[in-house]
Design a protein around this ligand. Sequence first.
Ligand SMILES: [Zn+2]
Length: 350
Amino acid sequence: MIEFTGVYFDGKTSRAYAVSVVFDGRTLHIRGVEGDYPALDIPLEDCTITPPLGNTMRSIQLPGGAQCQTSDTAAVSALERLTGQNRGMGFVHRLENRWKTAVGALAGLVLCVWVFVTYGIPFLAEKIAYSVPPELAEQMSRQAIEMLDRRFLKPSELDPGKTEKLQEEFQHLHSEIDPDSDYRLEFRKSPYIGPNAFALPSGLIIMTDELVDLADSNRELLAILAHETAHVKKRHGLRSIIQNSGVFLLVSALAGDITSITSTAASLPTLLARSGYSRKFETEADTVAALYMIRKGWGTGPFQAILLRITRDMADYPGESLLSSHPLTNQRVQHLRDIEASMPSGEAAE
Ligand SMILES: [Zn+2]
């Protein structure tokens, strides 16, 4: 005996009647739960069991357009087996469930890829960047600067007397911000990229004559140098090219072939000359520079001033600038102001 409860529709009105159904092996006995209606006895062979559709309610078509619906899928499946109806539909039903599984799996896969690209690759790139030996960083940087010297840069025409004091101040700056690495500051003239500065992974920082000429004070230049030092310290150059070079390089580097990273050295000059750092890295470097300036008691004013002046000046140069290609200068200046405003009063005077 098969018993289940369900809902009965007479096929004439939309009214639903709660019913209990008993199958005695030959006939379905359908009885209203809340009254005398309906009271039907229908041979199973006169009924049509509608094929299953996903895991929704099952329905049994009765003679005269009436039907009985139930969520008791097991009971209906048992009836199906007795009548032999919908044979083969079980396969379709399973396929349908597999289709859902497949969509679910695909969504899961997309999510995994997204998580890997958004978090996994930057995380791995950072790990790899910190394990790049100094000789390798040096070699990549040398290749990059040779290429930049050929294409965009000319020897500096600055009076060495003019930069002597700046060199001295830069020594203090990088030994404070990043005492563990070697740094070098060199100057180049560049009518192409204009007032600009960039850092190579080896710790070589290039500043253009045009930027020195544009500055009102060494403090403005020191702010830029602090920003560039932060890029080196946090391995932003290496991390960017590793992140951009994709999974192949990541895999070979993780497998122990760290030298494969030199294959990406060709992308370094472009990264540096086109301001290829992510917004996140720029903000990080700005924060380091701002904190340095505040610690020195200079405030972020000189940094803001030079950023705004570079942006204004850049229209005169054909190349894209590391520091000014962004229409984001206003946001960067606001970030500097926010950092300063968040400092407890008195800190800036230290
Ligand atoms: Zn930067």
